[in-house]
Write a protein that binds this ligand. Sequence first.
Ligand code: PEP
Ligand code: MG
Length: 325
Amino acid sequence: QKEEWAKLINETSVTKDDHHVELAANIGTPQDMEGVLANGAEGIGLYRTEFLYMGRDELPTEEEQFEAYKSVLEKMDNKRVVIRTLDIGGDKELPYLDLPKEMNPFLGFRAIRLCLEKTDMFKTQLRALLRASAYGKLSIMFPMVAAIEEVRQAKAILQEVKEELTAGGTEVSDAIEIGIMVEIPSTAAAAEIFAKEVDFFSIGTNDLIQYTMAADRMSEKVAHLYQPYHPAILRLVKNVIDAAHKEGKWAGMCGEMAGEPTAVPLLLGLGLDEFSMSATSVLPARSQIRQLSKKEAESLVEEAMTLSTSAEIAELVQKRGFITE
Ligand code: PEP
Ligand code: MG
């Protein structure tokens, strides 16, 4: 089977009825690029930049960040690279930022909320990103967006930094896409509002499931409620994809769900454009997609939408033979 997958390394991710999707990889550091290239990913769908900030005593400099972003962009050779701005807080702490202790850190001062307040830190990252944009095809993505004002503020700060850089003679790409993670239910439910003001969505199911189900993604006691195929999750995902398409934008997914064999047919049927996953899942997912048809996946979704539980939906995908080996 591994040999079969290896043959697909330079193939496209296309269904039997000729529908093309993009299979991208998630990375945490530039060192992950070796695995990405070895597994034939068509882009980077999520570069989690927080690792640059972790395991040290002070913020990374603009130069350090620039070098890291540039190296990933260059290695991807003009394939799309989605770099997410700092998503710290929740489970990921930065002791040197001296942040307030909170009762519910997952519902607290984190990610874009923090960046919009600590604007010096945010601007340093944006400057590094904009400078790196000259070396490949960069998309910038903001994490944990809950309200449209956050998008507007983040875009205004980005614009300010861009003007400063270009005024100083620094080359900045004029084709940078600006997108958001959809991982908070408010944003998924009101996706049509956001779709007008961003270039793309990437659905972060790791958090979207935990916030929709009110079930901590780390807690074993409530793991039975952490349900990727819950009818509410499928409806939210559908709403996000439909909202993006209505505005002519693309919708991806970078949560773990995107690479799950049970999820792939459902997401294909819902019209997801980009699937971003750990590098080792790319070839198995490509193999599966090449054996599926978009039309059949759409009819699968139609039936899945009539079911009431996560278990029934997962069983349907299995029973109808969508999980290929
Ligand atoms: C997500 O929430 O689905 C996601 C991709 O982000 P992270 O796992 O880094 O929170
Ligand atoms: Mg997340």
